[in-house]
Design a protein around this ligand. Structure first.
Ligand code: ADP
Ligand code: 5GP
Length: 183
């Protein structure tokens, strides 16, 4: 059986990564979505083991020390990481694996997984990004400010990625994403 692919989707918070990935998984149920671990508290409706593995800081640090993450990063005062084991199993079984992670972790993947296809989703503007974060209504004003400040740094890494897609019109962005993954 041939090896599967690793697809890394990144970009600033609020750009629409989750929205695009949900559509992908709906249309292509054979894709394997990697569930990350985080020390962030669950948002309303989020389920442990489906949206994230919600861990304490101690649990997260133990997993770092145990080498259990393919990559991990600190983001807006919390830790986020990609569990290594499932990914390797799925790829060995020929599956296409999707990671939806922030920019530093996504950039590091090229060292641990050089064949990964790394896709950067861009907002049409910072104003639109702010509007989306506010209208999503999941974060406090203080957290939104942290995420926007981080977004400005993250956007500077855009040229280090294999594919860049502007998520202005959602349908067009989705088509470009499909083309990048299944070309
Ligand atoms: P991320 O996962 O990157 O943090 P989300 O997928 O949660 O971003 O999207 C943030 C908000 O922007 C959501 O409310 C979503 O419905 C909205 N959104 C996503 N894509 C678009 C788009 N192309 N145009 C307008 N709003 C969008
Ligand atoms: P949120 O708190 O909005 O769910 O996620 C914050 C940021 O962390 C998003 O950009 C999201 O893509 C990213 N993220 C989620 N899981 C991981 C992960 O496993 N590793 C890294 N590096 N970032 C992640």
């Amino acid at each position: 059986m041939s090896e599967g692919k690793l697809i890394v989707i990144t970009g600033p918070s609020g750009v629409g990564k989750g929205t695009l990935v949900r559509s992908l998984l709906q249309k292509y149920p054979d894709l394997y979505f990697s569930i990350s671990a985080t020390t962030r508290s669950p948002r309303e409706g989020e389920i442990h083991g489906k949206d994230y593995f919600f861990l304490s800081i101690e649990e997260f640090k133990q997993k770092i020390e145990g080498g259990e993450f393919l990559e991990w990063a600190q983001y807006a005062s919390n830790y986020y990481g990609t569990p290594r084991q499932n990914i390797e199993t799925q790829i060995n079984q020929g599956k296409t694996v999707i990671l939806e992670i922030e920019v530093i972790g996504a950039n590091l993947i090229k060292e641990s997984f050089p064949s990964a296809l790394r896709i950067f989703i861009l907002p049409p503007s910072l104003e639109e990004l702010e509007k989306r974060l506010k209208e999503r209504n999941t974060d406090t004003e203080a957290v939104i400010i942290k995420r926007l400040n981080r977004a400005k740094e993250e956007l500077m890494f855009r040229d280090q990625f294999d594919v860049k897609i502007v998520n202005d019109d959602l349908e067009i962005a989705f088509e470009l994403l499909e083309k990048a993954i299944f070309k």
